[in-house]
Design a protein around this ligand. Structure first.
Ligand SMILES: Nc1ncnc2c1ncn2[C@@H]1O[C@H](COP(=O)(O)OP(=O)(O)O)[C@@H](O)[C@H]1O
Ligand SMILES: [Mg+2]
Length: 318
């Protein structure tokens, strides 16, 4: 059954950033159009609040899946009252900076009017690296500190630690610290800005060789998973640093991880989420603009994108 035609507004980066083969926001737009909806594009800086109404200077999304150079272009402009549209998808890429925080605070004004996915409060609360640490039974041993001695001792006792910036993404700044690394002191000094900035230090999981699984979740249920394998030259498996992608099953260990976090995700309005699982351990909960949907569709031959849009249609009916 097709839902009545709705306005679906996607807040995301500019159309020039879209690669049709890999862009999840684009994938959601494709699915929304396929379901007969009117799809609108707008950037974060085009959201405003006027006499209590949240507005978007949006453009109609013109979608051409076959185009390799401009799969998404902007059509007619419109000044939309977001309180009157069907749903708003929040998809700008990190960083989570002050502008992003302010975006979520503006979108809070839509509570009770329009479904916003993911919920602005959830986006504020769920730091992608730190949220996972609420579930120590499914995360690797991890500390968060700016203290150099503490970080070195941790790398020593764990036999190697992965150090990550709290606000990082795409593998940027993620470093493997070996206990005997002659650069160790300098790495810690640099990453903590001389002891001023806490970083995440996590036990190095050698199983990362066999891949970092991205599991996409819809309202706490798995849509499917893809496996990102690192190249021989890097332990980081991120696609943007050269990791390869293949189809993979959601297994028992993954289901344990999902069962542990699903109630919390639901309570926080984190409807469309990508979790990273290495060797059965949760390493990250991506909530701002999780990726992998296009690759999942292609590799699994399923339509998780339509599942997301159909979920939204049901949420609107509720
Ligand atoms: N604890 C770990 N053990 C081994 N490798 C890790 C660990 N944590 C992260 N990595 C590797 O680093 C990559 C990036 O780390 P991740 O925590 O996902 O941060 P980002 O947000 O930058 O993707 C992962 O894809 C994985 O290959
Ligand atoms: Mg990651």
């Amino acid at each position: 059954m097709k839902a009545a035609n709705l306005d679906i507004v996607v807040i995301m980066d500019g159309p020039d950033t879209v690669d049709a083969a890999t862009d999840t926001s684009f994938g959601l737009m494709v699915a929304a159009r396929e379901r007969g909806h009117d799809v609108w594009h707008c950037t974060a800086n085009a959201i405003s609040l006027s006499d209590g109404s949240v507005r978007a200077q949006a453009h109609r999304a013109i979608i051409d899946e076959a185009s390799s150079w401009a799969p998404l272009t902007l059509g007619e402009p419109a000044d939309l009252d977001l309180g009157a549209v069907g749903a708003v998808l929040v998809r700008p890429d990190p960083p989570f900076d002050l502008a992003y925080l302010h975006l979520t605070l503006l979108l809070d004004h839509l509570i009770g009017q329009t479904p916003v996915i993911n919920a602005p409060r959830g986006l504020r609360d769920a730091n992608e690296k730190l949220y996972a640490l609420r579930f120590p039974e499914i995360t690797p041993p991890t500390i968060v500190t700016a203290d150099a001695d503490h970080l070195h001792a941790f790398a020593q006792t764990q036999g190697g630690a992965v150090i990550k910036p709290i606000e990082g993404h795409g593998g940027r700044g993620v470093i493997l610290l070996r206990p005997d690394d002659p650069n160790g002191a300098s790495i810690v000094d640099t990453m903590t800005a001389r002891g001023q900035t806490p970083v995440v230090a996590q036990r190095f999981l050698p199983g990362v060789r066999d891949g970092d699984k991205r599991i996409l979740l819809l309202d706490g249920e798995p849509l499917g998973a893809i496996l990102r394998r690192p190249t021989d030259a890097d332990f980081r498996a991120n696609i943007c640093v050269g990791g390869s992608v293949e189809a993979v099953e959601v297994d028992e260990a993954d289901r344990r991880v999902i069962a542990a976090i699903a109630p919390s995700l639901k309570a926080d309005g984190l409807v469309f989420v990508g979790i990273d699982v290495i060797d059965g351990y949760l390493s990250e909960v991506n909530v701002t603009s999780p990726t992998g949907l296009r690759q999942l569709s292609q590799l699994a031959g399923t339509r998780p994108d339509l599942d997301v849009i159909e979920w939204i249609e049901r949420a609107i009916r509720r």
